[in-house]
Design a protein around this ligand. Structure first.
Ligand code: URA
Length: 243
């Protein structure tokens, strides 16, 4: 059961900043189970209580969208018998049936979308849509211009076809035998980035997703923290998903 403050639930559902939703409550425009809301601090069960604003039902029927900065050590799943899951980091967040839209490896960090909007997730992950995903990659070895060229044009990762054209950029060599690079891919094969770098002989040491579908990881979010997507970010993702 997830009980949250009413003003947080309304703000997370995209009705405005906390100050704005407090005003809606004060004006009597918000009801909980048909009764005028008692105040912004009223605790509601996001899964069971029927919260309405101007007569429109929010909870139960609403979609929720969160940006999580996934820390290493968590699996991209709703439940798992052995490992901590990314969903355990969103305890108490409003929204029934939340799940990670896509998968980052247990040791991968960074941007993960958590939502209960199945259609958006399905479309974002569809191999046909080629939604951009950008990663910051720390790799062992000295990436050469030839390596970058190969990563960009397509490498053999043991699939039927080479990888699709990608964008690869060397950022620095933090040490002579280490390379920091940025890679943008338009597909999402299993362990794709690690397999691409392995194919050029530069194994990945650390992997962080920094953007997806035009939405960048919020630098203000520390690992393990999450926040609702802004309206603008949601629009970018819907665009990328062809919605
Ligand atoms: N590519 C990988 O190899 N791992 C991830 O987690 C994401 C992309």
């Amino acid at each position: 059961m997830s009980r949250v403050r009413l003003d947080k639930l309304l703000a997370d559902a995209g009705l405005g900043a906390r100050s704005q939703v407090k005003l809606l409550i004060k004006k009597g425009l918000v009801t909980v189970n048909g009764q005028p809301a008692a105040g912004p601090e009223q605790k509601v069960d996001a899964e069971k209580d029927a919260v309405s604003c101007r007569g429109q039902l929010l909870s139960n029927a609403s979609f929720y969208y969160y940006m999580l900065n996934k820390p290493p050590g968590y699996v991209s799943a709703v439940t798992d018998e052995k490992e901590p899951t990314v969903l355990s980091l969103l305890k108490g967040a409003p929204g029934r049936g939340l799940f990670p839209a896509g998968r980052l490896d247990k040791d991968t960090e960074g941007l993960l979308l958590i939502t209960n909007d199945g259609e958006l997730a399905h479309r974002l992950l569809s191999p046909r849509r080629h939604v951009d995903k950008t990663y910051l990659v720390l790799a062992a070895g000295h990436l050469t211009p030839e390596d970058l060229n190969l990563l960009e044009t397509g490498v053999d990762i043991g699939e039927e076809k080479p990888t699709l054209p990608a964008r690869a950029r060397l950022l620095s060599h933090p040490e002579p035998d280490l390379s920091l690079a940025e890679l943008t891919i338009h597909e999402g094969k299993f362990h794709q980035v690690k397999r691409m770098f392995a194919a050029v002989g530069k194994p990945v040491l650390k992997l962080t997703r920094t953007s997806m579908g035009g939405v960048a990881l919020d630098p203000a979010l520390p690992p393990g923290a999450y926040r609702p997507l802004t309206g603008e970010e949601l629009l970018l993702l819907k665009n990328a998903a062809g919605l």
